[in-house]
Each structure stands twice: as C-alpha cells, then as structure tokens.
Design a protein around this ligand. Structure first.
Ligand SMILES: Nc1ncnc2c1ncn2[C@@H]1O[C@H](COP(=O)(O)OP(=O)(O)OP(=O)(O)O)[C@@H](O)[C@H]1O
Length: 369
C-alpha cells in the first residue's frame, strides 16, 4: 500500500508545491514549523481541497483535480489521530472503540481483541475519556482509528501534547502497530526521536516544498539537513548477541560490537539504535585505555558547517555515524572527506526512548497489504 501525493495550492501568503511517492510503512512528514506538513495531511484527509492535486493511497484515487475527483473525508477510509485525541467525551472507551468499528466496511479490519491487547487498553474499556491520562487517551484514539479498517492512518503530531515520559511510554505501542498490522501511516512530527524510532520513510518539507525524501536512516544521517539542529543523529541497525551479568547488553552491527545498558531485549532481537551526534567524539587513532565501550572505525564522508560547530558524517561498518564537534576540533583532526577517523560513542548516552525495534522488511509489508 503506497502513497502518492502531488499538490499545488496558494493560500495567498503561503504556497505549497510538492510531489512525493512513499512505499508502505510509516511515512513521517517532518520539517520546521509552518513548513506545510499539516496542509499535506489535511489534503490527504480531504479536509482541504487543493487548487491542483492528485492523491492516491494504495491504488485508490482520493483526489484528482484534473478529473474533478475529490472524495469527501468520510469516504476516504482514513483513520485520523489528532494531537489531542478527540475522543467522544460522552462515550466510554469501549463505545469510542466500537464507534470506529461501526463505520468500518466489513472484513479486513484487525480483530478488536488484538487491537485492544496491542495497545494495552483492555483495563480502560469502561472508563470515560475524562478519566484517562494523555497517553492513554492517545492509545484509545489510535485503537479507534485502527478499528475503522482504514486504508491508512493519518497522525498529526499525536505525541506533542505529552511530556517526555508519556511519549516514551506510548512509543512501543506505535511500533507494535507498525510492525504487526502493516497499516500504512502518514505521521507529522518535527521531533527527531519520534522520527528515528518510527519512520520507514522521511519526507522533509520546507516552505511548502519537498526538500528531501528517502529511507529514514539515509535522511537522518544526511549532515546537510540542518533542520535536525542539535538533535542530529544517525540510525543503525544492530542485533542483540548477549546480556551480560553486569547489566550491559552486547549487540553487533556490521561486525562491530556495541554495548548498551538496561535494554529490554533478548539475544537474536534486531534493534534500531539512534546515536545522537552530540554524543559522538572523534579521534585520529583508535584509543586505548578509555572508558567508552563503543568505538567504531570509519572514514569521513562529509563535513558540513552548522550553527555552533560542524557535523561530520563517518562511514563505518555499522552504518553512517554523525558527530557534532567544534570548528577547532575539526581543524585539529583534519576532518576531511576520505580521512580515516574513529567514532567514540559513550555507551550511557543512548537514551532509552531512542532505542526502537526495526520496521519489518518492506517485502514482508508488501505481502500483507
Ligand atoms: N486555510 C489557510 N489559510 C491561509 N493560510 C493557511 C491555511 N492553512 C495553512 N496556512 C498557512 O500555511 C502555512 C503552513 O501551515 P501548516 O499548518 O501546514 O504548517 P506545519 O508545517 O504543519 O506547521 P506546524 O509544525 O507549526 O504545525 C502556514 O504559514 C499557515 O499559516
């Protein structure tokens, strides 16, 4: 189930002119405030009618202005999750979930019991929305959207109203939805930890234009993308090898060992790790007698100037790694494309919410959609 969007619209002071295609999985629309992310989502939802546009979800044409096609929102079969959940306040959780089910076309939608289990909302069924926490409300909103048997889930910054602890709590549920149900998702976010954990594809939008689209790991490791600001970081995939008695989990990525503390994963599990650029030091030689456990040799691929320093992209056997260092360090290290350098990652710096499970291989997702 893929997504194809082409839009041209002028609001007067602001115009959107972009086109992209995204494969199955979670497509994250990212970019600065006011870039046009919500406008794209609203156009897909049918909540705004573009002057020119063609929007196709999984082979179904939802909008085609050249042919006068513009399906109304309720005929698009899209499950929408807003920032604030928007549950029906006078209905219990169970009734809210059933409401989604009620309007779903028969067949095809996941069994309600599976969705309830997957989102951990079984104990909440008889509660009223006013008695739910923000995170619980969002889980119910996602459940309601899934039970309407949607072609696609549209989520507009669904976690932005939650504090960091609640965000970290809800993430595993979203990952389960992504990995088990293979319902495609279009997800608006400008928070890079969210993007890193969930995205299959990232479409970066700036000033109403598409700046970049590609597989999440590639887009996140592109040092030219200053939008990530101080949150820049690379994504690598690793496999758990062992859990050691001292609490460290040993992983392997591209043949290199990596160690992470307090990781709830078993040997054989494949994980996505996000390594923040600010947590990576660079050295010209492989250091000895150093407390850091994660040391990755590599070659400089690119160096880009950023406010307050430079971002160095290193090709390593584990995948591309980003490092943010000062101009002075870059000069001292002679960090230039082609130079060998070693990345030193402090093992304790991997934030728990930055560790996510990998998405399914696209071929698996293809088979199920
Ligand atoms: N109906 C409208 N009429 C006029 N201008 C609009 C309308 N809808 C959106 N805009 C303008 O389009 C621009 C993009 O808005 P949009 O909400 O799509 O951005 P965004 O990337 O989602 O931003 P944020 O991250 O802050 O939510 C803004 O400048 C906004 O004022």
């Amino acid at each position: 189930m893929s997504l194809s969007v082409a839009l041209r619209h002028d609001f007067g002071g602001f115009s959107v002119d972009l086109a992209f295609e995204a494969p199955p999985g979670v497509t994250v629309l990212s970019g600065p405030s006011g870039a046009g992310k919500t406008t794209v989502l609203n156009a897909v939802a049918g909540l705004m009618r573009p002057r020119h546009g063609r929007i196709v979800v999984g082979g179904t044409v939802l909008t085609d202005t050249a042919r006068g096609v513009h399906l109304s929102p309720h005929r698009r079969r899209l499950g929408i999750v807003f920032q604030d959940g928007r549950l029906f306040p006078h209905l219990s959780v169970r009734q809210n979930l059933l409401y989604g089910r009620w309007f779903a076309p028969r067949g095809g939608s996941p069994p309600a019991a599976d969705v309830i289990e997957m989102l951990g909302i079984g104990p909440l069924l008889d509660r009223m929305p006013a008695r739910l926490s923000g995170g619980e409300r969002q889980r119910v909103a996602i459940g309601r959207a899934l039970l309407s048997n949607p072609r696609m889930i549209l989520a507009d910054e669904p976690l932005s109203a939650l504090d960091d602890a609640r965000k970290a709590e809800i993430m595993p549920y979203l990952e389960r939805v992504r990995d088990r149900l293979s319902v495609p998702m279009l997800y608006v976010s400008h928070a890079s930890a969210e993007v890193a954990r969930l995205a299959t594809t990232i479409a970066l939008i700036e000033k109403g234009r598409l700046r970049r689209i590609g597989p999440a790991a590639e887009v996140l490791a592109d040092p030219a993308l200053a939008w990530q600001g101080r949150d820049a970081g690379a994504l690598i995939e690793a496999q758990v090898v062992a859990r050691h008695p001292d609490g460290l989990t040993e992983l392997i990525a591209g043949g290199l060992p990596l160690f992470l503390p307090a990781l709830a994963a078993a040997p054989g599990d494949r994980l996505r790790l996000r390594i923040a650029a600010a947590d990576v030091m660079l050295a010209r030689t492989v250091p000895e007698g150093i407390s850091a456990l994660n040391i990755l040799p590599g070659t400089v691929e690119a160096v880009s100037d950023q406010p307050g320093g430079v971002l160095v992209r290193l090709a390593t056997p584990a995948g591309p790694i980003l490092s943010r260092i000062t101009q002075r360090s870059a000069g001292r290290l002679a960090a230039r494309p082609g130079e060998p350098l070693t990345a030193i990652v402090k093992s304790l710096s991997h934030a728990a919410q930055d560790v996510g499970t990998p998405r399914k291989a696209p071929s698996d997702a293809d088979q199920e959609t």
